[in-house]
Each structure stands twice: as structure tokens, then as C-alpha cells.
Write a protein that binds this ligand. Structure first.
Ligand SMILES: Nc1nc(=O)c2c([nH]1)NC[C@@H]1CN(c3ccc(C(=O)N[C@@H](CCC(=O)O)C(=O)O)cc3)CN21
Ligand SMILES: CC(C)C(=O)C(=O)O
Ligand SMILES: [Mg+2]
Length: 258
């Protein structure tokens, strides 16, 4: 049976950790789904390792929808969630509804994810949830706020900031989010948020005390020449891919293949 959002609260209650990976095309989606990921996220991080931008800001709704359609064809078991890109949801709840609605309608995704926990975002999330669109929240280091943060810096280090992030997480749960990503915040804060909320927290660079963990799949596979300090590379596919391509080039030039 394919996974639905209803499993998430149940898994938290049972203490069963939730495994989340990203995907950006048919192949990556097939592979992470076959690996048993609970949730496959078409993250706007695709702007960076996949499309070569320096931040996630340039990514458009059209671009992520194009990728999400391919991901949908590869995901059979996991819950599929699409990140709403910068400027597709901040303008108004109506703008967010159009973007989220398109994600569900045109790609077949089952939920969307929005960054931020300030009042307007909580209002927008409540608006989407009331219309029947499942929403995942995302607080802490929200990469779409890159310029405001002055880089991909850890958030929630001071007591004031930590208190604000906890309050945001509570507001998102109240707004009806079914789960929430905690990115690059101190482990102690992530633990406090996880203990306070009834919806599951999915951490990335947020320590071990979350209800689940997410990594960007190209980092897990070692595809990029760059990755965040908190990522773990499980296999260096970049080097293997380069060597295989080199071998092919050599075989052609030495007429050993075909
Ligand atoms: N491939 C990839 N993996 C990710 O996890 C990821 C993306 N891309 N793109 C979107 C965001 C950006 N992320 C990042 C990127 C860099 C740092 C990082 O290098 N942080 C350093 C210093 C940052 C600074 O001061 O500018 C740190 O020590 O916190 C953290 C998170 C996480 N996300
Ligand atoms: C890392 C996850 C949470 C994300 O938002 C993304 O991949 O864009
Ligand atoms: Mg994202």
C-alpha cells in the first residue's frame, strides 16, 4: 500500500523514525522509492546540484513542476511532496493556492512544502489545508531567505532566535501542517521542538533528536563536488561516473569499443 500523510502522526507516536530523500527526475525517484524512503521530496534544492544555480532563489514554479512530473512517474510507494519555489507562494494565500493546486493537479504530488513560520505563512498554510491540500512546514535555515541570513548559516543559536523558531513550529502545527522540516538548527532546539509538537519533525543538520531525517540525495550519492557540512556521503558516485566516462572515451580512442 502506498504511503499517505496519515502514517506520519502514527509513526511519531510509535517512535518509528521517518526517512526522507529528495529526487529530481524519473531515475532518482525510482531509486529512492525502491530504497524504501517514506517520503520523496522534489526539493527546490534541485536548483543547486541539478541545475547549477548558487542558491534556490532562481528556480521557477514551471521548472520544479517539470521535474516533479518525471518524479511522479518513478515514485510508487513513498509519499510525494513538492517544494513551492521562491515567490510562488509568498505574495498571498491566493498565489499559494494556485501554486500548490498546480503542484497537485499537474504533477500528481500528494502535498507541498513551504518555507517559513511567520504569521503570513501560517495563515497561508491554514488556507491551503482548509482547501484539502496537505502541507509540510520548514523552519530554521530556510534557504529561500539566503540573503536575509547572509549565507546558509545555522539558525536558532541565540535564546531569542530559538524561542522564535519554536513559536513558528507551534504556529505551523496549529495551521494544520502534517509534518515540519527543521533545517540547520542546534540539536537541543530540534529536540525541544520535537517534544513539543504532535506532528513529526524531519531534521537536516538538526541533530539526532528529530522524528525523522532528510538529506539531499545527490549528497548521499556523492554526485556533487560540494555539499553542506552536515550531509553524509554514502557512496562517491561522482568519481565512479567520471572514471566510467573516461574509460569509454579511452576505449573509443583506442578502438577497443565496440
Ligand atoms: N546539495 C545540497 N544539499 C543541501 O543540503 C542543500 C542544498 N543543496 N541546497 C539548499 C540547501 C542549502 N543548504 C546548505 C548549504 C550550505 C551550508 C553551509 O555550508 N553552511 C556552513 C557555513 C555557511 C556560511 O557561513 O555561509 C555552516 O557551517 O553552517 C548549509 C546548508 C542545505 N540545502
Ligand atoms: C533539504 C530539503 C528539506 C529541502 O527543502 C530541499 O531539498 O529543497
Ligand atoms: Mg527546499
Amino acid at each position: 500500500m502506498a504511503i499517505t500523510i496519515h502514517k506520519f502522526a502514527q509513526w511519531k507516536q510509535e517512535g518509528r523514525p521517518i526517512a526522507v530523500l529528495t529526487a529530481w527526475d524519473f531515475l532518482s525517484a525510482q531509486m529512492v522509492d525502491a530504497a524504501g524512503a517514506d517520503l520523496v521530496l522534489v526539493g527546490d534544492s534541485l536548483a543547486m546540484p541539478v541545475l547549477g544555480y548558487e542558491t534556490t532563489l532562481p528556480l521557477t514554479l514551471e521548472e520544479i513542476l517539470h521535474h516533479a512530473k518525471a518524479v511522479r512517474r518513478g515514485v510508487k510507494q513513498a509519499l510525494m511532496v513538492v517544494d513551492l519555489p521562491f515567490l510562488s507562494y509568498q505574495v498571498s494565500p491566493q498565489a499559494a493556492m494556485l501554486a500548490a493546486g498546480r503542484a497537485l493537479k499537474e504533477t500528481g504530488a500528494q502535498a507541498v512544502k513551504l518555507e517559513g513560520g511567520y504569521e503570513a505563512i501560517a495563515t497561508t498554510i491554514a488556507f491551503l489545508v482548509q482547501a484539502g491540500i496537505p502541507v509540510m512546514g520548514h523552519v530554521g535555515l530556510t534557504p529561500q531567505s539566503y540573503h536575509q541570513f547572509g549565507g546558509f548559516r545555522q539558525q536558532g543559536k541565540s535564546d531569542d532566535e530559538a524561542e522564535r523558531i519554536l513559536a513558528e513550529a507551534i504556529a505551523l502545527e496549529k495551521a494544520g501542517a502534517f509534518s515540519i522540516v527543521l533545517e540547520h538548527i542546534p540539536a537541543k532546539l530540534a529536540q525541544q521542538i520535537s517534544q513539543t509538537l504532535t506532528i513529526p519533525t524531519i531534521g537536516i543538520g538538526a541533530g539526532p533528536f528529530c522524528d525523522g531525517q532528510v538529506l539531499v540525495t545527490s549528497d548521499v550519492w556523492g554526485l556533487s563536488d560540494w555539499q553542506p557540512p552536515f550531509a553524509k556521503t554514502y557512496v562517491n558516485l561522482r568519481q565512479q561516473a567520471i572514471e566510467a566516462a573516461q574509460q569509454f572515451c579511452e576505449d573509443v580512442r583506442t578502438q577497443t569499443f565496440p
